[in-house]
Design a protein around this ligand. Structure first.
Ligand SMILES: *[C@@H]1O[C@H](CO)[C@@H](O)[C@H](O)[C@H]1NC(C)=O
Length: 517
């Protein structure tokens, strides 16, 4: 009986003490990355944990269990004008350039380790964490936070798993069936696409190993290793650290792309950035949307691009074309435009999720960011994608292949094409049907994305880094996985056999010769 009491008390205590200290590292100066980081923070705080968040976008009056580490200085790492629509249209920037991506993101990672606030955090002997969650985005340096605090590591990927992240927790994906994150190929691939995917994987791996991994290892050795040493612990190598994650949580769901073979330490959770309860629309917007008999078209190019940098003639073209539509158009744009027609409403700030959830919203014209694409499937709204950079091309291409999108490219003559695309999506019910079908698949899950996220983070802490999920693929060198050692053995065996046979043949000839003499 006494034992029972004790265990009941222990259980109650466990419940009370179940709050963990969690480090969430999302230092990229990009709003969409921050939205995902905030997704983690919000769900973990709601579950009662204490969170320290490394972010370039610290909030005023944070939650009492949230400590923010301000890395807004990372914004200085962005070249000015990088994201202006004009410079993209004039083809001054090339986002397909993987070298540019590696240089940019490793630079931001280095800036992060040099940030005063971060230096203070990692050198503070009182700081302790139960787990570190760090974003993977063309840089692996953030894995270094785990050995600094001697805690397990969770990688977060902002998109569907691809070879560069799966190799960290398991193996390279097969280029014949899984596309690179930057290509717009959708399986099944043609012969040329398969070749292209193989080439990207092989050539990028080569560059990564010979250039970028070295750069990051260097930063690890100079900026992170000394901190670990100062804490009196043995310093692991950078490779030991980055291939030691307990889990990879990828921001995706099978309804948003393709089915994949994934290791058990890779968890796909899509949609955790979306609020569990959609916020009500502001009154005026609610009225506009309620009153739109022919439906509402929502046009937003996302938070990365300043719409006000769109060339003037294009703005005029949009306004004129939108004015000719019978639908209501909500355009998220930073500036007021002269001569805006009655059916067009410019919104300086738009509650995107609330707009998409309104039953009268019939079409979303978007840059095709991964978060926006997720939201369209979540709310079941077909899209017209105008991809601008990075993975947006892949996302839009995928949505087109899946049948709920039209693609229009950013160009000076795009207004007519956009008008034709709007006509097509509005008239043809197939787009809406398809996105609703995907939406049903998306919502048909045993547990909400936020709860699932919290579960897996807690699981890693509760099981001391989830070693049971670790992939055996990480324990074998590549040549053993490809059975090259067996191949070598067979080769040596054949050579030896060849020599023996030759010897026997020669000596038997000699015997024959001797006999005939
Ligand atoms: C690898 O992770 C485990 C569990 O999270 C941890 O105990 C171990 O110290 C880590 N090893 C290295 C070399 O970082």
């Amino acid at each position: 009986m006494k034992k029972l009491y004790l265990s009941v008390i222990a259980l109650v205590l466990l419940q009370v003490c179940d709050a963990f200290k969690i480090l969430v590292v999302f230092p990229l100066p990009g709003k969409s990355h921050n939205i995902l980081g905030e997704g983690y923070v919000r769900h973990l705080l709601n579950a009662g944990h204490e969170v320290t968040y490394i972010t370039p976008y610290p909030k005023k009056n944070p939650h009492k269990n949230l400590t923010q580490i301000d890395v807004s200085d990372n914004m200085k790492g962005i070249p000015t004008d990088l994201l202006s629509i004009q410079s993209i249209m004039d083809k001054k920037v090339d986002f397909d350039d993987t070298d540019m991506l590696f240089h940019f993101f490793t630079h931001i990672a280095e800036l992060t380790t040099k940030n005063e606030n971060v230096i203070k955090l990692i050198n503070d002997p009182k700081q302790q964490f139960d787990v570190a969650i760090t974003e993977w985005m063309f840089s692996e340096l953030y894995a270094g936070f785990a050995p600094i605090f001697n805690c397990p590591l969770i990688w977060s990927s902002s998109m569907a798993p691809h070879w560069m992240v799966t190799r960290l927790i398991d193996e390279y994906t097969n280029p014949a069936i899984v596309p690179d994150s930057q290509t717009a190929n959708f399986p099944p691939f043609t012969f040329t696409q398969r070749l292209q995917e193989l080439w990207i994987q092989v050539s990028t791996t080569f560059k990564k190993i010979t250039i970028y991994d070295k750069m990051e290892e260097n930063t690890y050795n100079t900026r992170i290793a000394p901190v670990i040493a100062k804490k009196g612990r043995p310093v692991p190598t950078f490779d030991e650290v980055k291939f030691n994650a307990s889990l990879l949580i990828a921001n995706t769901h099978v309804s948003l792309g393709q089915a994949m073979t994934l290791p058990q330490n890779c968890i796909t959770i899509g949609g955790y950035h979306i609020d569990d309860v959609v916020q009500p629309l502001p009154k005026d917007l609610q009225k506009i949307m309620d009153d739109s008999k022919h439906g509402v078209i929502y046009f937003s190019m996302g938070s990365n691009l300043q719409a006000s940098k769109i060339p003037g003639e294009l703005k005029k073209g949009f306004i004129k074309m939108f004015g000719e539509l019978k639908q209501t158009v909500l355009w998220k744009f930073e500036e007021n435009l002269p001569g805006t027609p009655a059916n067009v409403h410019i919104l300086h700030w738009a509650p995107q999720q609330s707009i998409l959830s309104h039953p009268n919203c019939i079409l979303f014209i978007t840059h095709g960011g991964y978060l926006s694409t997720t939201e369209t499937v979540h709310f079941g709204v077909p899209i017209i994608g105008i991809p601008v950079f990075a993975d947006q091309f892949t996302n839009v291409e995928r949505a087109v292949s899946m049948g709920f999108a039209q693609r229009v490219d950013l160009a000076y003559d795009m207004v007519d094409k956009l008008k034709a695309a709007i006509g097509e999506v509005v008239r043809n019910p197939g787009y809406k049907q398809k996105v609703e079908e995907l939406s049903r698949i998306y919502h048909d899950r045993p547990i909400s994305p936020g709860k699932e996220l919290v579960h897996w983070v807690e699981h890693v802490v509760r099981t001391g880094g989830a070693p049971h999920l670790r992939s055996p693929a990480l324990m074998l060198p590549w040549y053993q996985k490809m059975y090259l050692d067996l191949l070598a053995l067979i080769f040596v065996g054949l050579v030896v056999l060849g020599i023996i046979v030759k010897r026997l043949f020669v000596s038997s000839k000699k015997i024959v010769k001797q006999k005939t003499k």
